[in-house]
Design a protein around this ligand. Structure first.
Ligand SMILES: Nc1nc2c(ncn2[C@@H]2O[C@H](COP(=O)(O)OP(=O)(O)O)[C@@H](O)[C@H]2O)c(=O)[nH]1
Ligand SMILES: Nc1ncnc2c1ncn2[C@@H]1O[C@H](COP(=O)(O)OP(=O)(O)O)[C@@H](O)[C@H]1O
Length: 203
């Protein structure tokens, strides 16, 4: 279905809940959703590719992007900057494609201000114990960093109320199906379609 404007979807949730895994699985389904690649000052993890997982930047490069208004939103998360390049998101939506942003809570709240019509989804782990074990099993963070991320996680979960939908990531495929259902339903909201169909009646 061709639309004038695509849907902006924001997916947040605590570190280790499975945002990357769920987005990766969503990509395997033929949903036509586009993925925004963030900029970060975090060092690449093993296997991460510049321009695919993130645009890896120095602190100076990132600050330059902030000053030049190149970021739709940005936030500091456990000692590093993360931000969404503005142009890709704006161009993609303008072309009528849906786009998903996988970002933490402070950034999501900034996006809510500029895109109140966006769809905000919070991914929840089945329990905090399961969350910690997912971060530990991923094996990418030291114990100190895992503790910091667990502290941030509890603060983030308290802001769940700011989101439109809460999706539990118990099983990856089940979470993907829930997100697909949300996107389908949101694309049928009358507010998004009313102008298009009014026009059709006039023609
Ligand atoms: N505000 C904001 N947060 C981001 C962005 N990109 C990633 N994040 C979030 O930053 C946090 C840390 O990301 P990362 O270091 O990749 O760790 P991981 O999510 O545990 O794999 C996560 O909550 C991400 O969702 C962004 O562009 N903006
Ligand atoms: N539904 C799930 N059940 C069990 N393990 C999961 C599930 N979703 C993700 N994982 C695992 O949890 C770890 C963290 O997932 P990841 O996608 O990196 O999280 P995030 O991007 O939210 O930080 C990974 O090792 C991943 O394989």
């Amino acid at each position: 279905m061709k639309r004038d404007k695509g849907l902006l979807i924001v997916l947040s949730g605590p570190s280790g809940v499975g945002k990357g895994t769920v987005c990766g699985a969503l990509r395997q389904h033929d949903t036509h959703i586009r993925y925004s690649v963030s900029a970060t000052t975090r060092k690449p993890r093993q296997g991460e590719v510049d321009g695919v997982n993130y645009f890896f930047k120095s602190k100076e490069e990132f600050e330059h992007m902030i000053e030049n208004n190149q970021l739709l939103e940005w936030a500091k998360y456990v000692d590093n900057y993360y931000g969404t390049p503005r142009k890709y998101v704006e161009d993609t939506i303008a072309l009528g494609h849906d786009v998903i942003l996988e970002i933490e809570v402070q950034g999501a709240l900034q996006v809510r201000e500029t895109f109140p019509e966006g769809v905000f989804i919070f991914l929840m782990p089945p329990s905090l114990k399961e969350l910690r074990s997912r971060i530990e099993n991923r094996g990418t963070e030291t114990k100190d960093l895992i503790d910091s991320r667990m502290t941030v996680a509890q603060e983030e979960i308290e802001l769940m109320d700011k989101y439109d939908y809460v999706v539990e990531n118990d099983e990856v495929e089940a979470a993907v199906e829930r997100i697909k259902s949300i996107v389908t339903a949101e694309n049928c909201r009358k507010e998004r379609l009313i102008d298009k169909y009014k026009q059709l009646v006039k023609e």
